[in-house]
Design a protein around this ligand. Structure first.
Ligand code: IMP
Ligand code: MG
Length: 171
């Protein structure tokens, strides 16, 4: 498949460091739980956590909605849940990309129901193209208006996650 590079690995890492500084300032004196939404988040999550200078706990959740298509089915299934207790904790949900917002909405509501004392959202890419849920993004790496993106953890049908940068598929 043909693709064009939108953001180099170097530029991603520069921006992720800035997010790390901002989050460290905002959570100074606290020990939040960073929850990564698998699988796409893996590289972003590790670069982000390593750029913090505050103590954090880490955990993961996995949600499936896409199957082999380029559009969210809207039916979000939790296929691996958070394991740390979240009641009374400050949570930072870390996601690779927000599109419709359905995945983040479902997961954020779930954590609130379990008594998290705060839940903030950090995404690498905000793609406003097909937003359905109004959801506040506390920390955003890049805004990219449209297109299907792969690389740096993002996949198309499980392919291209390994690419060192963010690429746009040409369809
Ligand atoms: P949402 O529920 O529609 O906001 O979609 C969020 C999920 O869809 C993300 O966790 C991504 O895994 C996936 N996704 C959305 N847009 C893209 C894209 O352009 N490339 C790869 N995955 C995407
Ligand atoms: Mg994902």
């Amino acid at each position: 498949m043909e693709m064009e590079c939108l953001i180099s690995l170097e530029d991603i890492r520069k921006r992720v460091k800035e997010l790390g500084i901002q989050i460290s300032q905002d959570y100074r004196g606290k020990e939040p739980i960073m929850i990564g939404i698998l699988n796409g988040v893996i590289f972003f999550f590790s670069d982000l956590v390593l750029s913090l200078d505050i103590p954090v706990k880490i955990d993961f959740i996995r949600a499936a909605s896409y199957g082999a298509s380029m559009e969210s089915s809207g039916d979000i299934k939790i296929t691996k849940d958070v394991e740390l207790p979240v009641s009374g904790q400050d949570i930072i949900l870390v996601e690779d990309i927000i599109d419709t917002g359905l995945t983040l909405k479902v997961i954020k509501d779930r954590l609130r129901q379990r008594g998290a004392s705060s839940v903030r959202i950090c995404v690498l890419i905000d793609k406003g193209e097909r937003r359905k849920e109004r959801i506040y993004i506390d920390y955003c790496g890049f805004k990219i208006p449209e297109g299907f993106l792969v690389g740096y953890g993002l996949d198309f049908n499980e392919r291209y996650r390994y690419l060192p940068g963010i690429f746009k598929l040409k369809t």
